[in-house]
Design a protein around this ligand. Structure first.
Ligand code: ASP
Length: 346
């Protein structure tokens, strides 16, 4: 595995390998000493051109838990503000011997460009490119869904993960809200479908992208009807991405109050779901807009656990990219399994 750029086209074997490796990583994180020697001497660069809290911290934590050297580069305060191009930044990172580059960029396609333009030898991990993809977010979402709805991790989510090796066949996942601007929705639709889940996108027509009919999912414009009649096993709320709405939120829906009334998730809507259903959100949340505080903080909300699982998933991705597995990339990755010896070092 050389790069992790997208979930579209990722094979089921690779997706399950990533989830199972994440489960192994998660098991190491309940030990007193959380640090593994696996990537000692390797350098991971976090190259963030767009704001981020949890993804950047999560990748940094993951790399450090694997004993890699971590360099954090944020566009603000760097030569990017003097006009330096992505190419020149990449050449600098190459000269400094980066082994992996975790990139977030506002331009869709930036991670692909970095991986394939020939500027770098490093493995590239896409930490979110514009409205396109955010593969580690989808993997941590799938991992969280699998632990809760396929395995049995107990009330507090800390039990043994009995879901290792499993897919998500037959599960129903509703992804609700600002689908138009969401790389999280795009990444999840493809990954969840590959893993055998059924996905319904729920959004106002103005927040549904053109061409959605080619995606492997259904679309609904009615949240209450979807919850009552389809009875999803998980409801994944999306943030209303006001920073990507150039005309202001008013051009996509009449008012925040109306959006909230029709598409916001709250305790009343939670009560309609089956007892085992879970509530998810990738963060950051607009409390009171797409999700109420009561729903976000409800015992069936797994939002904080998603953050914790993000570290294990990113450890797995870094490990599989840097551990010497000579497959190609997750655009068309090798299904070659990591050797027993390598696994034993976890
Ligand atoms: N944190 C996620 C992302 O970077 C979701 C969001 O920002 O709404 O895409």
């Amino acid at each position: 595995m050389k790069h992790l750029l997208t979930t579209q086209g990722m094979s089921k074997d690779d997706a399950i390998l990533l989830l199972d490796t994440s489960a192994q990583m998660a098991a190491t994180q309940s030990r007193e000493n959380k640090k593994l020697p696996t990537l000692r001497g390797r350098t991971v660069v976090n190259l963030f051109y767009e704001d981020s809290t949890r993804t950047r911290i999560s990748f940094e934590t993951a790399a450090k838990r694997l004993s890699a050297d971590v360099i954090n580069f944020s566009a603000k305060g760097s030569s990017v503000s003097k006009g330096e191009s992505l190419k020149d930044t990449a050449l600098t990172l190459h000269a400094m011997g980066a082994d992996a580059v975790v990139v977030r960029h506002s331009a869709s396609g930036a991670a692909h460009q970095l991986a394939h333009a020939g500027w770098l030898d490093a493995g590239v991990l896409n930490a979110g490119d514009g409205m396109h993809q955010h593969p580690t977010q989808a993997l941590l979402d799938a991992f969280t869904i699998r632990r809760h709805l396929v395995g049995n991790v107990g009330e507090d989510g800390r039990g043994t993960d009995t879901s290792v090796g499993a897919d998500l066949a037959g599960l129903r996942i509703a992804i609700v809200g600002d689908v138009l601007h969401s790389r999280v929705a795009r990444s999840n639709v493809y990954l969840l479908h590959t893993l055998g889940a059924e996905v319904t996108l729920v959004a106002p027509p103005t927040l549904v992208p053109v061409g959605v009919e080619t995606w492997p999912c259904r679309v609904s414009y009615h949240l209450d009807e979807t919850l009552e009649q389809w009875q999803p096993d998980a409801v994944m709320m999306l943030r209303v991405q006001r920073e990507r709405m150039s005309g202001g939120s008013g051009s996509f829906f009449p008012s925040p109050m109306e959006y909230s009334r029709k598409f916001g998730f709250d305790a009343r809507r939670l009560a309609v779901l089956p007892d085992h259903s879970i509530v998810m959100h990738p963060g950051p949340m607009n409390r009171g807009l797409e999700i109420s505080a009561a729903a976000a903080d409800h015992p069936r909300s797994v939002i904080v656990e998603q953050v914790a699982n993000g570290v294990a998933v990113r450890m797995a991705a870094l490990y599989l990219l840097l551990s010497g597995d000579t497959g190609t990339s997750t655009e068309k990755t090798s299904t070659e399994k990591t050797s027993t010896d390598e696994r034993n070092t976890l």
